[in-house]
Design a protein around this ligand. Structure first.
Ligand code: GLU
Ligand code: MG
Length: 438
């Protein structure tokens, strides 16, 4: 089938708000646009999820940039709904000189991954696991039930079909604990590919639901009392030959020394990280104790209340090193996958730089520990709201070194505007506002 010569390819960036914005170019001129990119504006990065330009951002009305599509990320989906093909590329943001822009979220991740590889010889394999809610379910069905699955099977199958067309391979489908809540874990991939796929995944799920007259949302809470929608980032390390190096039978939690140091770095910077991985006002309605949402900075084996869970592989005669990995649980889909994963890698590198020892293993619910045990195990609650998380980020001198000053000035200005703009919202209104956008 030939494209309509007037069809459009979209150059897309996942920005600081975690939303995907960009511009369309005529497919008839695509070869030229692939070379030159298209224009873009710095102040976009200062837009909140509610389209308010963050007050005090460093850009104002001036400046010009290029959105440079990465040909490897091309997606073209033709569905049967009589719509034009959905054709897009994920883009990097460059200056007019062709350098990476200091505030490009994808570059933030790329440069962290390059450091991890160049300085420590480590590659990262990553799988994003998203939960989302299909709104407007006619009747409740039990959590995890086949009935819940069967009721939404046609929608979920359409989603899976579109994901395959978008080259985002799903691993399985889970009816989740919450009403009309689903999870579709993605297969592990090299970290940048995994983050690209997470960006595409959210767009595809929302688009397919909309095409079927439904609404899918990744908002961390759809109602104050609802089960939260988390994003779990599973990761493991490989050496320069691609061999798994997360496992060591003798290490605490069977973690290798580099995996343990990385985890210790993540926990040391967990408060600052929260501002990037749980980056919205509503994130903190989810990040509560006893909700499997990981409200405490700690490391635990198979512990779903820990910020980092050690996930062992099955013990059925397979090499235990192959599946052994870590899971960062304090993230949600209001975060750009590039910022969340990039910050995780930067915090891990900080741990590797100091060769930090393995953090104590916490194998109970950290909320049930008394203060003395918390002290002994180094367990502390993550920030209680977005304002506290942003203050922790701004106060973390190491974190402030992970990107250029205008990156942080823009991010903090945008997020503080988001916080201020929602100050009068009660919890129901907050959930509604985010569910409409994410
Ligand atoms: N829904 C939980 C969250 O908000 C996670 C449950 C699970 O472990 O799958 O993160
Ligand atoms: Mg889940």
């Amino acid at each position: 089938m030939h494209d309509n010569p007037e069809s459009i390819a979209f150059f897309a960036t996942s920005d600081f708000s975690g939303l995907v914005r960009g511009r369309g170019v005529p497919v008839r001129n695509l070869p030229a646009f692939l070379e030159s990119g298209c224009g873009w504006v710095p102040a976009d990065q200062a837009l909140t999820a509610f389209d308010v330009i963050g007050e005090g951002n460093p850009f104002g009305a001036s400046g010009d940039l290029r959105l440079m599509p990465d040909p490897a990320t091309e997606v073209r989906i033709v569905d049967d709904a009589g719509r034009p093909p959905w054709h897009f590329f994920l883009a990097d943001i460059q200056t007019l000189d062709g350098d990476p822009w200091s505030c490009c979220a994808r570059f933030f991740l790329k440069s962290a991954l390059a450091d991890l590889e160049e300085r420590f010889g480590l590659g990262l394999s990553v799988a994003f696991e998203h939960e989302f809610t299909l709104l407007g379910d006619p009747a409740p069905a039990p959590g995890f039930s086949m009935r819940a699955f069967r009721r939404e099977e046609s929608t979920v199958t359409a989603i899976i079909t579109a994901l395959r067309a978008a080259r985002v391979p799903p691993e399985m489908v889970l009816p989740e604990f919450g009403q009309s809540q689903f999870e579709i874990p993605l297969s592990p991939a090299p970290a940048l590919t995994a983050a690209d796929r997470a960006v595409v995944f959210r767009e595809v799920v929302r688009d397919v639901a909309e095409r079927l007259g439904r609404r899918a949302t990744f908002a961390p809470k759809v109602r104050p009392e609802a089960v939260g929608n988390g994003v779990h980032i599973h990761f493991s390390f490989v050496d320069s030959k691609g061999r798994p190096v997360t496992y060591d039978a003798e290490g605490p939690g069977e973690l290798s020394a580099p995996a343990a140091a990385f985890a210790a770095g993540v926990l040391r910077h967990a408060d600052a990280l929260a501002a990037l991985t749980a980056p919205s006002v509503v994130s903190y309605l989810r990040l509560k104790p006893h909700h499997w949402a990981a409200a405490f900075a700690c490391l635990g084996r198979q512990n779903r209340e820990a910020t980092i869970r050690i996930c062992p592989s099955t013990r059925t005669g397979r090499d235990p090193a192959a599946g052994h990995h870590l899971e960062y649980r304090a993230a949600d889909a209001t975060a750009s996958p590039y910022l969340a994963l990039g910050a995780l890698v930067r915090a891990g590198i900080a741990g590797l730089e100091e060769n930090l020892p393995a953090p104590p293993l916490v194998d109970t619910d950290p909320a049930d520990l008394d203060p003395a045990a918390c002290e002994r195990l180094g367990v502390r609650p993550l920030p209680g709201d977005l304002a506290a998380a942003l203050d922790a980020l701004a106060a973390d001198k190491v974190a402030m070194g992970w990107a250029a000053p205008d990156f942080w000035a823009c991010y903090l200005a945008m997020k503080r505007s988001e916080w201020a703009g929602l100050a009068d919202y009660d919890h129901v209104a907050l959930c509604d506002a985010y569910a409409r956008v994410y």
